[in-house]
Design a protein around this ligand. Structure first.
Ligand SMILES: Cc1cc2nc3c(=O)[nH]c(=O)nc-3n(C[C@H](O)[C@H](O)[C@H](O)COP(=O)(O)OP(=O)(O)OC[C@H]3O[C@@H](n4cnc5c(N)ncnc54)[C@H](O)[C@@H]3O)c2cc1C
Length: 534
């Protein structure tokens, strides 16, 4: 006999767990089915080399919404987040570097340009106004822009009145900034503000992180903003580390879920969503289990859900076509390395707080641009951008005493290689290149590597279900955000099949470990349960 609950959630990524929590807390019976043997999706900690554990995909925390942290009471479930002692460290050459962070950024920028140092406060203030605006809309369902009658229309007008007022309250400077931000590249935006390369590189990195684009591609200014709305322990814009790795976040979420009675099944993926008489009624798993529910919620990349797990004939043709063209692929190559010792950067060889930072190898926007052009032409950049984090400098739970682990978040690589080549044939070659890239700035790094895990875009798809290796469940391009995520007319977390919903990063407000899509989807689903629309 099929197992029946009010709600079935496909996928125990952090958004699936957040959604499960809110639904169970409201009294619904909830089952979560996860393909992998462990919950957490891309926010997970694994042993990748004997004795060495790391956040093997997502590696740093800031975007996780404070309301989600508070509602799930994550600290009580074991979550502890600590600050990096330096935010970012850019080794530039054998002598020079830029190290940013509280109380030091201005003086550091002044090493390269006094004018830029003086402009920093104004830049932060103006960007801060826009980051506040984004923060205000993170936990709200975007306008859905569909014609479904006056009741839905009225609900939408009322629901978005606050947003309208918020926009109307912006002064002319902020309105102009907002317009520019949506149309501009982060390169053009930063060139307008600053003259020295290192500060433009450290700020511009946020515009291309997980974004397969040149910093001079229009739309990258918005991606930059997307990485600025977070906070660590109440400090806006600051990035930190979860003790135990990103898996500590999702383990705490799973614990909060279980406390509310959520049943979580791991190690068995959904093979097909069951649709009967036009309504989603459950799912069948790879192992042949059948779970039935009044509502089915997908935590998956929408392209994965709608192209592989559902009978195509139940989807409207126009929707099918748009999902087929939904762009996925973030140009990411991800490595985890076990280290016998800490790296020694030629420009700052002694151990110190800079080793707790996001260490960016990539000194200028033109370097980022070339990395992108290379990847488009040849499949990967000869001089890649590498952000290295060494979490064991802040957390002694990850590596044996005296040893370390590092995350290498590398860009740009092509989501699919040119000329039909397979990533399976180039994984090691590209992994060597990434390690040599770090070794050039910190000689001896290569020799210190005791073990490594290399994840190409294809591996990210196979391991986590991230189509095209897209870390955000779909590009954060202007035609794929807000009301248009994943498709205009379905930004309210409802799929075009009754009883089927979406709660993953392919919905507003997009990727990152935020918990926001899971939160927002839960509110919409609860409203449908309340008004018997499901
Ligand atoms: C390499 C990398 C680095 C990143 N770095 C950061 C970072 O430092 N900070 C940050 O905030 N964000 C980062 N991100 C982005 C962030 O991790 C993701 O956007 C976010 O974790 C996605 O969460 P989700 O719950 O929406 O989906 P996912 O985490 O993708 O969860 C989806 C779940 O569904 C499961 N699943 C797939 N198919 C099936 C099926 N058929 N049946 C059942 N279950 C299925 C998957 O196994 C997975 O557990 C990174 C992502 C990656 C990949």
């Amino acid at each position: 006999m099929a197992d029946t609950t009010d709600v079935l959630i496909i996928g125990a990524g952090h958004n699936g767990l957040v959604c499960a929590f809110y639904l169970a807390a409201a009294g619904l019976s909830v089952r979560v089915v996860e393909r992998r043997g462990v919950v957490g999706g891309a926010a997970v900690t694994e042993e990748f080399h004997p004795g060495f554990r790391n956040s093997v995909a997502a590696y740093t925390v800031s975007l996780l919404n404070p309301k989600v942290i508070a509602d799930l009471d994550l600290p009580r479930h074991g979550l502890r987040i600590v600050d990096r002692k330096v935010q970012n460290f850019l080794p530039l050459n054998d002598r020079e570097y830029l190290a940013t962070g509280a109380g030091r950024t201005k003086a550091e920028v002044a090493k390269f340009s006094n004018r830029d140092a003086e402009r920093l406060d104004a830049y932060n203030d103006r960007l801060g106004v826009l980051a506040d605006l984004v923060r205000d809309i993170l936990l709200k369902t975007p306008p859905n822009a569909e014609n479904t009658g006056w009741v839905a229309g009225l609900r939408e007008v009322l629901g978005n009145a606050g947003l309208g007022k918020r926009l109307a309250d912006l002064d002319m400077t902020a309105r102009r900034d907002l317009l520019a931000l949506f149309g501009q590249s982060c390169g053009d935006m930063l060139d307008g503000w600053f003259e020295s390369e290192p500060i433009k590189a450290v700020l511009g990195f946020d515009g291309i992180v997980g974004n397969y684009a040149s910093p001079y591609s229009p739309g990258t200014a918005y991606v930059l903003l997307h990485h600025c709305f977070g906070e660590t322990n109440g400090r806006p814009g600051v990035w930190g580390h979860a003790i135990g790795g990103m898996g500590a976040i999702t383990q705490a979420m799973a614990s909060a879920c279980r406390e509310k009675g959520v049943q979580i099944t791991t190690g068995d993926g959904v093979r097909e969503v069951l649709v009967e008489e036009g309504k989603a009624v459950g799912a069948v798993t790879e192992k042949g289990e059948q779970y039935r529910a009044r509502a089915v919620i997908s935590n998956l990349n929408p392209k994965l859900l709608f192209t592989r797990l559902i009978d195509q004939t139940v989807l409207p043709a126009d929707f099918r076509e748009r999902i087929a063209h939904y762009r996925c692929g973030s140009g990411t190559f991800r490595m985890n390395v076990a280290l016998s010792e800490l790296p020694k950067f030629t420009c700052l060889p002694e151990p110190g707080d800079h080793l707790t930072a996001g260490i960016i190898i990539g000194p200028s926007l033109s370097y980022f641009d070339r990395a992108y052009q290379d990847a488009r032409n040849y499949g990967w950049s000869k001089k890649p951008i590498v952000e290295m984090l060494i979490p064991s400098t802040l957390d002694d739970t990850l590596a044996p005493e005296g040893r370390h682990v590092a995350s290498l978040f590398c860009q740009h690589v092509a989501p699919e290689l040119p000329d039909g080549e397979s990533w399976d044939d180039h994984r090691d070659e590209v992994a060597d290149l990434m390690i040599e890239t770090v070794d050039r700035a910190a000689p001896g790094f290569k020799a210190s590597v005791l073990g490594r895990m290399a994840l190409t875009p294809l591996d990210l798809e196979r391991k986590f279900g991230l189509i095209g290796g897209d870390i955000m469940h779909g590009a954060l391009a202007l035609d794929q955000v807000f009301s248009a995520r994943p498709v205009l007319g379905h930004a309210d977390y409802r799929a075009p099949v009754k009883g089927l919903y979406m709660c993953g990063s392919g919905t507003h407000p997009g990727g990152g470990v935020t918990g926001a899509p899971g939160h927002n989807a839960a509110l919409e689903i609860l409203s449908d349960f309340k008004w018997r629309r499901v």
